[in-house]
Write a protein of this length. Structure first.
Lengths: 342, 584
């Protein structure tokens, strides 16, 4: 039998992991709503950010910058086939200048050893641009394709990126320094500092996103594109730009998740995939459209996982992924309309 | 295709591996290609034909492989007994998976298969009976009359024949009543439902068929490798099979073999020279594969095979075979279709407020009204596509309220659509043949065994007769995409007639027709009426509808504002106001 303190520890563990899944679920819902892309490579962004953050412990220039700049070059060449004049200049700024600037700044900042929070920022800055660059390379050219084609392309991008991850980071795993060693005791609950950081960062990101969508014009444009793509285009919103912004946000959210999870567990180059998939489970519960439902589901996934790990650790993943099936069943019972799918 | 042709291919499969001087390494590659091509063949049916995506085919292959591995090692059964076990196991697993996931729309289904794939992978890796991560080794090879097929060339023969068998059964299945139903799932689901195709059954059929092929491939794989472990049944492998289908051309059967061959060969040469390029221990081929998949979708979304394929030769359709069974037409003048106080709201919008009318056998009733009057919604209510919030629909005196489009089709209603809904991947005559779905009875198993030929001949004879009647016999073998809009509408009428209905609902059939074509259509409708057909006609061409209709029902803002003979309605002040606007 489980005693109360074990129970509390499991719930706490679940909530902390669930918070990270919630962040990923938000990123996935955002990207899907705006571009209809199911962004499977979100997992690679998580691992790359975690590994980059952990690698900064010994003050080396992050290896991932090679990947970011390389992807920038590919994205530039891919776009340069069509772009001319001003468009080419903008493309160059976006795909070449941004990664180059990040690299230059990082190379200056890293030797200064500014501490853990700076390291987190560096890791995020190095890895987050990968998402919009992927959009330029893989998804923007398919913007008018069906969800299914975009999904297959997304799986392709995941495969390529995970292979590149092995190339860049090698097969060894790494674990990052916790943000804080403090431990908060509240009666039977013992809350480590990292857990507080995770919960606070998740909450801050959610509030930030909410404010962005609610109060800024760019956020409104994203919402409009999500609700009605054609309509948004008719009122003069560049849906291509909206897609790019969605991927930027998703890249940043995923990189934040990666940095948050780095001190909690040892991460390997391909470890993010499973973490991302759990975000998916939550996003699907929210129907890929509802942010609050997805966030709640993510917490539930985290708790389910933590109990499954305690009771039947070998079958942890089976239980979590099979957990999506009742949800799919429930969705399929509600979904009865006959529709034409292309 | 001719049996002789298949026989030649079978002989080739048996003899080719023994060609003197053929390196054994090539034979082993061919075995790999064959095993992959069988799975890709299943994906052609599932993804290319039926438009559903599965990332779980490798996991389903694992079901077949583990089933035979357990039976032939733990229980010492013959590998040949493992074959039915592998097929049945994958069939049952697919039925269970499909029951839960298949009603989901496209990308949910694909995501669902990712979840299944990950779950099954961890299940394989953690179950004691399956040997956990180590898997099961010491699986016996296939043997024929005591002769063990250990020689790779002997295995190649079995795999070659297996692939050939899979291709033949798939070709048979696609060229059948259910094959057309599965094709209709891609972009023609609403039309297929209107002629009685149970979409859920068609989806399940495609899913289960692909799974059984994967299970079959798994059985071959287990006895070729003589050992199984979870790795080849994971998600990455599942993605590779999808890549094969996409590269080859998911809608084309030979594309499965082409795609499998390309992917296996490229993979092989990559494994040869990539380590020299980037150093050992680096998984560079996954990078190349991922990029290839993305580039493929951007550059040639329909795959490579269509670039190589020739156009199919037109077929001859004999119109003289015995007719298909059809329901007898009810007595002339009896009540065919009755709408009683139908109402339909969409949120705050009342599309149809109160619609009542009666249609008799042998009567042509015109339903007219300005744009937005609720005519198309009425059609959807009458054909079961949309359910009314209030009111009833009666078909020959039987209450049909709440019925599905399929129930309505069984009850004798056939319809056309305002925006023509033809299945793009079928020819004109195949589209019409889809209309006979409920009049045929052949099961998918009968189709695979070619026991449906007599019925198919009758189906195509009926389709040819209806096309001729509608004046489109010349276009029978044209692709549905080649037709002008007006012609597409006429094909829809032919498809509706092929269903053998007693009530015909036509949504703006004359739109887009030239004068001569309109006259031909009018003549056809008069003839159908004389045969006792009840016809409800929505039309904007006033001259056309006034000259044809026995009675008119005029709608405006979702309600009936006038009803009666054409000349009376023409002079009705409410009608004039609705069309020309109020004169204050």
């Amino acid at each position: 039998m489980m005693d109360t303190s074990t129970l509390l520890a499991l719930v706490q563990d679940g909530v902390v992991n669930g918070a990270i899944y919630a962040l990923l679920a938000l990123a996935l819902v955002l990207v899907f709503a705006v571009t209809r892309t199911i962004f499977i490579p979100v997992g690679e962004i998580v691992s790359f950010a975690a590994l980059t953050y952990a690698g900064l412990d010994n003050n080396a220039t992050p290896k991932v910058l090679v990947l970011t700049m390389g992807l920038g070059l590919v994205a530039f060449l891919r776009g340069a086939i069509r772009a001319r004049g001003r468009a080419l200049l903008m493309l160059g700024l976006e795909t070449l200048a941004v990664p180059a600037t990040v690299t230059a700044v990082v190379m200056v900042v890293v030797p200064m050893q500014l501490g853990i929070v700076a390291n987190a920022a560096i890791a995020i800055a190095c890895v987050a641009p990968i998402a919009p660059l992927l959009y330029r390379i893989a998804f923007a050219p398919l913007a008018e394709a069906s969800v299914l084609v975009l999904l297959i392309a997304s799986v392709g991008a995941h495969l390529a990126l995970s292979g590149l991850g092995l190339l860049v980071f090698g097969p060894e795993g790494a674990r990052g320094e916790p943000f804080s060693d403090a431990v908060l005791e509240m009666g039977p609950i013992i809350l480590p500092g990292q857990a507080i950081w995770v919960l606070a960062a998740t909450l801050a990101t959610m509030i930030g996103l909410w404010a962005f969508f609610r109060f800024t014009l760019a956020g409104a444009a994203l919402r409009a594109t999500a609700i009605n793509r054609r309509g948004a285009r008719l009122v003069g919103i560049a849906t291509d730009q909206a897609g790019l912004r969605a991927f930027w946000l998703a890249g940043m959210i995923a990189a934040v998740s990666g940095v948050l999870i780095a001190p909690l567990t040892t991460i390997y180059y391909d470890g993010g995939f499973l973490i991302g998939l759990k975000g998916f489970v939550a996003a699907i519960v929210g129907g890929l459209v509802s942010y609050p439902l997805a966030a709640l589901a993510a917490i539930a996934v985290g708790i389910l996982e933590s109990f499954a790990a305690f009771q039947a650790s070998a079958f942890k993943e089976v239980i979590v992924f099979a957990g999506i099936i009742p949800v799919l069943l429930w969705r399929s019972l509600r979904h009865v309309s006959v529709e034409d799918e292309e | 295709m001719k049996p002789l042709y298949w026989l030649a291919l079978a002989a080739l499969a048996v003899l080719l591996p023994w060609l003197p001087g053929l390196p054994l390494f090539w034979v082993s590659l061919a075995c790999q290609i064959g095993i992959c091509a069988i799975i890709a063949t299943g994906l052609v049916v599932l993804t290319g034909v039926a438009g559903m995506t599965s990332f779980a085919q490798a996991s389903l292959m694992g079901i077949g492989a583990y089933a035979t591995a357990v039976l032939s090692t733990n229980y010492g059964l013959s590998p040949w007994l493992g074959l039915p076990a592998a097929l049945i196991a994958s069939l049952l697993v697919a039925l269970a998976m499909g029951a839960v996931t298949l009603r989901l729309s496209g990308h949910y289904l694909a995501l669902g298969t990712i979840a299944w794939s990950v779950s099954l992978y961890y299940l394989y890796a953690n179950l004691d009976i399956l040997g956990r991560n180590d898997g099961i080794s010491g699986i016996p090879p296939l043997s024929i009359a005591g002769w063990k097929l250990i020689d790779i060339r002997a295995s190649a023969v079995v795999i070659g024949l297996g692939l050939l068998g899979a291709m033949i059964t798939t070709r048979h299945l696609l060229d059948s009543r259910w094959g057309r139903a599965m094709r209709a799932l891609r972009g023609g689901a609403v039309a297929a439902a209107s002629v009685g195709v149970e979409l859920g059954q068609a989806r399940m059929l495609a899913f289960v068929y692909a799974a059984v092929l994967a299970g079959f491939s798994g059985w071959l794989f287990a006895h070729l490798q003589r050992a199984v472990n979870p790795t080849p049944f994971g998600l990455v492998a599942g993605i590779q099979y999808l890549l094969m289908a996409v590269v080859g051309g998911a809608a084309h059967l030979p594309g499965a073999l082409l795609g499998a061959a390309l992917v296996v060969l490229v993979n092989n040469s990559l494994q040869d020279w990539l380590p020299h390029l980037v150093g050992p221990g680096v998984n560079a081929e996954t990078v190349v594969f991922g990029l290839a998949l993305v580039l493929m979708l951007q550059a040639a979304p329909t795959g490579l095979w269509p670039l190589l394929a020739r156009k199919a030769k037109p077929r001859h359709h004999d119109t003289t075979t015995t007719a298909l069974p059809r329901k007898t037409m009810p007595a002339l003048g009896s009540v065919a279709l009755q709408a009683i106080g139908l109402q339909r709201r969409f949120g705050g919008l009342v599309a149809v407020a109160d619609l009542s009318f009666t249609l008799h056998q042998g009567e042509l009733l015109g339903l007219i009204g300005p744009n937005g009057a609720g005519k198309s919604t009425s059609f959807n209510l009458l054909s079961g596509v949309t359910q009314p919030n209030q009111g009833r629909v009666e078909l020959a005196g039987r209450d049909m309220t709440g019925s599905t489009p399929q129930d309505m089709a069984r009850g004798g209603i056939a319809r056309s659509f305002q925006h023509a809904k033809l299945v793009q991947s079928l020819t004109v005559i195949e589209n019409v043949a889809l209309g006979t779905h409920l009049r045929g009875a052949a099961s998918p198993v009968a189709a695979v065994l070619r026991r449906d030929r007599a019925e198919e001949a009758r189906i195509f004879a009926e389709a040819a007769v209806q096309l001729e009647r509608c004046g489109l016999a010349d276009l029978a073998d044209a692709s549905a995409t080649e037709l002008a809009l007006g012609q597409q509408r006429i094909v829809e009428i032919a498809r509706a007639l092929a269903a053998g209905p007693s009530v015909l609902l036509l949504d703006e059939p004359a739109a887009g027709l030239r004068h001569g074509e309109k006259q031909a259509l009018a003549a056809l409708l008069r003839q159908l009426r004389a045969e006792g057909m009840a016809i409800l006609l929505v039309e904007h061409d006033m001259e056309f509808v006034m000259s044809l209709a026995d009675r008119l029902v005029v709608m405006d803002f979702g309600t009936v504002i006038a009803e009666g003979r054409p000349q009376d309605v023409r002079n009705n002040p409410a009608v004039i106001e609705a069309y020309l606007g109020g004169v204050a």
